[in-house]
Design a protein around this ligand. Structure first.
Ligand code: CA
Length: 233
């Protein structure tokens, strides 16, 4: 479900990581240096980056620092990979903004566990975990949604929208943020499109009596909440 960018100049290691990631259901993009990595990030913002420290040319550390300094990539989840074992290096990696740090050689099981942990924390909508909010339940692996036990039929866009809202409940998301996170950040569509799909989502949730969970926050955007206000009629 999630898009992972692997930045690693050693082909054998990159391939091993890619095989394991694909086996776990992730979409993998490979880059061999900072320049390729930046081009890949400019193209499509990944859900997570595995970033080797020692790269030909600009180091992974410098690249992580650059990403943290830019608004578009500030929140990008990054796990640094390195052969370095010195504690000062780990500290430098974490100071550069890495979310986690893995020293080579590492077991693929440990790598996968750390990827899951970082994604749970920073991009829960990219995981296949069943999500429950109030009376609503969504299963990404079977793509089934139920509200109070009633099956909810959703189109693919409404499904992704609901998945994102359910993994980030009680928070207000602007239309621009929803376009970035649900539609993909390089898709140029009007913000009004979001309103159209929210309307469809509410209609689909109607039979399960969950439509009111999707709140319009005037001048700000949308929010999914379990604190539904009683509505007369
Ligand atoms: Ca390397």
């Amino acid at each position: 479900m999630s898009r992972v960018l692997v930045v690693e100049d050693e082909a054998a290691i990159a391939e091993l990581i890619a095989i394991n990631l694909r086996h776990a259901g992730h979409t993998v993009t490979l880059a061999v240096d900072a320049e390729q990595a930046q081009a890949a990030v400019d193209d499509v913002l990944p859900d997570l980056v595995l970033l080797d420290w020692m790269l030909p040319g600009q180091s992974g550390l410098a690249l992580a620092k650059r990403w943290r300094a830019q608004a578009r990539t500030r929140e990008l989840p990054v796990i640094m990979l390195t052969a370095r074992v010195e504690e000062s290096d780990k500290i430098a990696g974490l100071d550069a903004g890495a979310d986690d740090y893995l020293t080579k050689p590492f077991s693929t099981n440990e790598l996968m566990a750390r990827i899951r942990a970082v994604l749970r924390r920073k991009a829960p909508e990219s995981l296949d975990t069943v999500v429950s909010v109030g009376m609503l339940q969504l299963d990404p692996s079977t793509r089934r949604v139920a509200g109070q036990g009633v099956d909810v039929k959703l189109g693919p866009t409404e499904f992704r929208l609901l998945h994102f809202l359910m993994t980030h409940p009680e928070r207000v998301h602007s239309r621009a943020q929803l376009l970035d996170r649900v539609w993909g950040d390089h898709v140029f569509i009007e913000e009004r499109t979001v309103d159209v799909h929210v309307k469809r989502l509410r209609e689909a949730l109607g039979p399960a009596h969950c439509a009111q969970m999707i709140e319009t926050v005037r001048g700000a955007g949308y929010r999914l909440t379990q604190q539904v206000q009683a509505v007369a009629g």
